[in-house]
Design a protein around this ligand. Structure first.
Ligand code: NJP
Length: 236
């Protein structure tokens, strides 16, 4: 069945891999992020119908304009993949307040902005489905990532609330990856930690692996909801 699938954070990493994984599907795939040229390069290699929309999830107007464009072009939304996110790793004592605020603004408030705009459209769809990309940090708290973990705990809590209140209208899936080899870690500004972090994430899973799990959740029959997927690198 053909679905309109919106992916936030589609310019890189897991979001870009998910767009590519849907490339040969019958679906209509919408790529949203701030880096338009990167998304155009990805969409240019996709065989399915796709649409690139420059979107900043922290900007309500930008999000609502993007969702209006999707509705105009494709008539609505069936699947929303809330994937845009970032992490700055540092001890809490480093006190980098603006980095804490950015993580909350993108990972949680940004996700809420998209959910707020998309919910009426998803509820109209007979295949409405929200897929939230959380993290293993939604389930446990790691050193040097207290605020990141807090944002991902919030994403998981929101997913559970959405399911509780809206399960008659739509499916909700949370996917919680462990380390994935993407540019995710490059944003960390702690110079003492960055080399070790890069080496650690380089040994992580391929973003294609996470994309396959997301596609698996999308392709389930109507009577099946995959509520949660936790996927960790397969090493001791
Ligand atoms: O990271 P990366 P991942 N508005 O840096 C976008 C979670 N996760 O694929 O706007 C709109 O390659 C940014 O686009 P741009 C993680 O928390 C990861 O690894 O053009 N989009 C880019 O497309 C996150 O939720 C790991 O800069 C915004 C994308 O976000 C998700 O996986 C482990 C934006 C980030 O791509 C994808 O991360 C884990 C904004 N304001 C969870 N700001 C991991 N990699 O190990 C950023 O547990 N983006």
């Amino acid at each position: 069945m053909k679905k309109v699938i919106v992916i936030t954070g589609a310019s890189s990493g897991i979001g870009a891999a998910t767009a590519r994984a849907l490339s040969n599907s019958p679906h209509l795939v919408v790529l949203m992020a701030r880096s338009k040229s990167k998304m155009e390069a990805i969409a240019g290699q996709m065989d399915c119908l796709s649409l690139v929309i420059e979107t900043d999830v922290t900007d309500v107007e930008s999000v609502n304009e993007a969702l209006n464009t999707v509705t105009e072009k494709f008539g609505g939304i069936d699947v929303l993949i809330n994937n845009a996110g970032l992490g700055f790793f540092d001890p809490i004592d480093a006190g980098k307040l603006s980095e804490w605020h950015t993580m909350i603004d993108v990972n949680f408030k940004g996700l809420l902005n998209v959910v707020h705009g998309a919910l009426p459209l998803l509820k109209k769809s007979s295949n409405g489905h929200i897929i939230n990309v959380a993290s293993v940090a939604a389930h446990q708290v790691f050193p040097n990532s207290a605020v990141y973990s807090a944002t991902k705990h919030a994403v998981l809590a929101l997913s559970k609330g959405l399911h509780q209140e809206l399960q008659k209208d739509l499916k909700v899936t949370t996917i919680s990856p462990g380390a994935v080899n993407t540019p995710f870690v490059d944003q960390t500004t702690n110079k003492e930690m960055i080399d070790d972090l890069k080496a650690y994430f380089a040994k992580g899973m391929s973003p294609d692996t996470i994309a396959q799990q997301i596609v698996y959740a999308i392709e389930q029959p109507k009577e099946v909801t995959i509520s949660e997927i936790i996927v960790r690198p397969g090493r001791a």
